[in-house]
Design a binder for this molecule. Structure first.
Ligand code: FES
Length: 113
């Protein structure tokens, strides 16, 4: 059997909308800045032993409130999701740290379930 893809243990996944409405509100800059911060602070899973995934997303359904970001993680054995509107890099960094530390996620600008 040929070798399959390698998988990495992570503590969560962040997705930042890159659709047009969010981009008009700066989500492309947010995405790049967040990558820089995650790499600098060794939170990005693939390079430096961090624990977080970050990927671009299509429309997350809250176009008038962007940049929109969603976080998925498993905590205490249950899947948790958290949705954020009007995200800036400081808030995204706070969410990322809480995911890495496995602590409570920030309530600021959080909506949905
Ligand atoms: S364009 Fe970002 S949520 Fe729809």
């Amino acid at each position: 059997m040929p070798p399959g893809p390698k998988s990495f243990a992570t503590r969560g996944h962040l997705l930042v909308c890159q659709n047009s409405n969010c981009k008009a509100r700066g989500s492309d800059l947010l995405y790049r800045a967040l990558w820089n911060v995650l790499e600098r602070d060794k939170l990005a899973y693939y390079k430096s032993g961090g624990s977080l995934r970050l990927t671009e997303s299509g429309c997350l359904g809250a176009c008038g409130f962007g940049p929109v970001m969603v976080c998925y993680r498993t905590r205490n054995g249950a899947m948790e999701e958290a949705w954020y509107a009007a995200v800036n890099v400081l808030l995204a960094r706070e969410v990322a740290q809480a995911m890495h530390d496995e602590t409570e996620l920030p309530a600021l600008q959080r909506y949905g379930p």
